[in-house]
Design a protein around this ligand. Sequence first.
Ligand code: HEM
Length: 273
Amino acid sequence: MSNYLQTILGFARPVHLWTWLLFSGGLALFSLVSLRFLYFDSVFCGGDTAGAAPGECFYFLRSHVARLGIKTHLWCILPSSILAGAQFIPVLRRPANVRIHRVIGYASIVLALAGTVAVLPLIRHAFGGELAAQAVTALLLVLFLIAQVAGYAGSVVSLRIISTLTAVAISFIGGYYSAMPCDKINFAMGSREETLQWYPECSPYFTEDNVFQKAVVDADLFGPNLMQLAAALNLTYGMSAWLALVFHVVGSELYIRSTLRPVGFKKDVRKSG
Ligand code: HEM
């Protein structure tokens, strides 16, 4: 299978195919699978676990700007990432396909820019809204706007893998927790009764004695309520995004050096011969 893929996509060596899958192709596949989120009301914010992490839609749905932001992000960034993954396939980089390569490149960049700017109104509350999460999301935004390197873009997939694995680990270790606002918990749980059953400390929120009341939620991916899953994912996002970013910056450099140098070298040899 990998030999077949290597041949039809035009990779010279298996290691190049695997590096592409890791840094660009994986992003394209992730984006293909995520296209279902374009059904915003029925799938992404549809209420079950198939869409956004529990509670995230509380912020997306309560303001028009945030709603527009996440919708624009998904509608632009997903097609852009699919196109960007294709750009690194050697058959599309051959001289005969240079026009296709150019059109895909421009389309991908324009969509990526629009999809990235659209994240601005989401930064404050995304992935739990911790300061480390805000900082890394803002950094990704800046990197995307100035660098436009598809290899860095792959970090959004790696971060989800690292975040899920770390969430599993902290769920087994136990003792990790996160403070969450009661309005968000109430939105995700769907009723006052259920919210108070799990988090009685939210009572001042419902009596309006403190509309900003928070509750402490155990981080546990396998816990009995969805907020525990959300707490585990929120806690691990900041750290995972930083790690994934470093990993991809280094990986992209190695990939570019190992695939581009020999081409230039051969050209020079031919010219001089
Ligand atoms: C490179 C391509 C990207 C892809 C394929 C992508 C994909 C997605 C997807 C599928 C979601 C839906 C929720 C989820 O799966 O967690 C999402 C949400 C989000 N993305 Fe991206 N994204 C990309 C780049 C970025 C960048 C560069 C930033 C930061 C500037 C960013 C920030 C966000 C934010 C803040 C959310 C909302 C998360 C939440 O609160 O649940 N994304 N993205």
